[in-house]
Write a protein that binds this ligand. Structure first.
Ligand SMILES: Nc1nc2c(c(=O)[nH]1)N[C@H]1C(S)=C(S)[C@@H](COP(=O)(O)O)O[C@H]1N2
Ligand SMILES: [Mo]
Length: 354
């Protein structure tokens, strides 16, 4: 089987420079824990400047004991390490038909690695909160004029109390055993496993408990599914990841010889576990099971492969389709929505075998 050997390291694919939006060249990666320089970058504003020496994480709102924590204070809480894939809600937006406005992401607005941090619940236990608490708002340091508005805004998102108190929702300070890199949220970022990555707020400044539903623009304007082109009717919030899969090799429109090839890719979901990945070599007429090791947790992707002997020369249309333990399966056409979130149609590449 021809092995792909690279002498140069793949670099990020640029979708925007100011703010920086770059995607992971997933097609060229062999690892399942990305280095910082291969991790996709998704920013709404320019990188913030923050005073590292005096950094304090503030807790406010409907809590009994307001709190301000230094990094050292935080290090005294019990921490855990989780392998989590972060996927941008706009991953694969460029595949929507008809097209939708926004960064035209390909398949690489997803990356994963090991995040270490303190469960937010441990800190909220310490502050205590009122019986009227409904949501927890996490505010970042970055701000500016949001695309599509004229107002100066700060990046902020809320979580329902239940998700905020989930023991795997962590305030992370390490990635792959190192302090977070500046671009990925140093010194602290929230990690919300199972949800699209807009929830994983970088450069956390303040955490507030509120008794109402948060109305920030990144929650009420953006990161809502709008099923209709013309009106906001039927809108609902973007939360958990959809079941999904991506073919890494071969590449779309690649020319292959007739020898054995390894069709390789990843599959993931935000709820339950991946239970099945299938491949079709005839554009969906028939399906074959791909091989993968069961995932250790529901927050990481599985790497799957299928060894293929094409035999006959000609054009092939290859599809991948993942199924999860709650019974969700990828379908041929993704649910279209005006802002282009949550694309999860079966993946599709065409190859020519000579
Ligand atoms: N403070 C802040 N946090 C943020 C964002 C942001 O612009 N500012 N973008 C969110 C979105 S939409 C995504 S997809 C992820 C991207 O994280 P990364 O740049 O570390 O890959 O961060 C999320 N957290
Ligand atoms: Mo995102």
């Amino acid at each position: 089987m021809p092995e792909r050997k690279f002498t140069v390291k793949p670099s990020l694919t640029t979708r925007g420079l100011s703010p920086e939006n770059q995607e992971t060249p997933l097609e060229y990666l062999q690892t399942d824990a990305m280095n910082n320089y291969q991790f996709f970058r998704r920013n709404h504003f320019d990188y913030p400047s923050l005073n590292q020496a005096n950094y304090r994480l503030l807790f406010g709102g409907l809590i009994k004991r307001p709190l301000s924590l230094s990094l050292q204070d935080l290090s005294r809480f019990p921490a855990k390490t989780l392998k989590v894939a972060l996927e941008c809600a706009g991953n694969k937006r460029g595949h929507f038909e008809p097209k939708t406005y926004g960064e035209q992401w390909g398949k690489g607005a997803i990356s994963q690695g090991y995040w270490r941090g303190v469960p937010l619940a441990h800190i909220l236990d310490l502050t205590g909160f009122s019986s009227h608490a409904a949501e927890v708002v996490v505010k970042g340091y970055d701000h500016g004029v949001r695309k599509g508005s004229e107002k100066n805004e700060t990046y902020a998102r809320s979580l329902p109390l239940e998700k905020a108190l989930h023991l795997d929702t962590i305030i992370a300070f390490e990635y792959n055993g190192q302090p977070l890199s500046y671009k990925h949220g140093y010194p602290l970022r929230l990690i919300v496993p199972g949800w699209y990555a807009m929830a994983s707020v970088k450069w956390v400044r303040q955490i507030s408990v509120i008794g109402t539903s948060f109305k920030g623009a990144f929650q009420t304007n953006d990161y809502m599914y709008y099923p209709s082109q013309e009106t906001d009717e039927g809108a609902f919030p973007v939360t958990e990841l959809n079941v999904n899969s991506t073919i890494q090799t071969p590449l779309d429109m690649e020319v292959l010889d007739g020898s054995r090839h390894c069709i390789r890719g990843i599959a993931w979901t935000g709820k339950g576990m991946i239970t099945r990945v299938e491949i079709s070599l005839d554009n969906g007429e028939s399906w074959l099971d791909a091989d993968f090791h069961p995932p250790a947790s529901s927050y990481e992707w599985v790497s799957w492969q299928y060894v293929w002997n094409p035999g006959k020369s000609g054009e092939y249309s290859i599809l991948s389709r993942a199924t999860d333990s709650i019974g969700r399966t990828q379908v041929r056409k993704a649910f279209w929505n005006r802002k282009g979130y949550g694309y999860n149609a079966m993946d599709h590449v065409r190859v020519f075998v000579y």
